[in-house]
Write a protein that binds this ligand. Structure first.
Ligand SMILES: [Zn+2]
Ligand SMILES: [Zn+2]
Length: 180
């Protein structure tokens, strides 16, 4: 078992500004453990990667700490004379000595040295939540007055026009008024 570490800048430096990831800030560095063994001509890599990010909650917009912990398992076959049909993949294989399938679990390698850095970056990117939440039951902001409902209560009327019952209730109210 091998332990490794990477500073926060390893992640930030790899992000292109066009991706709009300013919102995603690593808190401290990353740590991992990795075990590599050969099985015939194939390389088996497995281990765990952990880190922490500061993200914005999709509901209340608050900044919060999101831990990331990913276990990984990867099987790499020698690429031999095979050339990936995808131009990007072919370039990665030439540059990093590694080319991964879409599932990130199997791939090819070439040469004596494999750079797993890009693989780890991809792994972390995929582990980040699509809809970040500061907590599972975050109440979010009031759509009317914008108050953070985790902190304060507002007196805005709760009205959900999407609910047929709300419409029915309003109708009932009107009918009652008509009776009187
Ligand atoms: Zn929240
Ligand atoms: Zn409100």
């Amino acid at each position: 078992m091998q332990a490794f570490e990477a500073p926060a800048s390893w992640w930030t430096d790899a992000q292109s500004s066009s991706q709009g990831t300013d919102d995603i800030v690593p808190l401290g560095g990353f740590r991992g453990t990795c075990e590599i063994h050969m099985m015939g001509a194939d390389i088996y890599v497995e281990g765990k990667l952990t880190g922490n990010f500061e993200l914005s909650c999709a509901r209340c917009l608050a900044r919060y700490r999101q831990p990331v912990s990913e276990t990984f398992r990867l099987v790499l076959e020698p690429a031999g004379s095979r050339v990936p049909s995808d131009a990007d993949a072919a370039e990665t294989l030439a540059r990093d000595g590694i080319c991964l399938g879409e599932e990130l679990e199997v791939g090819w390698f070439r040469g004596q040295e494999i750079d797993l850095g890009p693989y780890f970056l991809e792994l972390i990117a995929l582990s980040l939540p699509v809809k970040p939440l500061c907590r599972e039951d975050c109440l979010g902001l009031c759509p009317r007055c914008g108050i953070d409902r985790n902190i304060e209560k507002c007196h805005c009327h709760e009205f959900n026009p999407a609910s047929p019952f709300a419409v029915l209730q309003a109708l009932k109210g009107k009918l009652k008024q008509g009776e009187n």
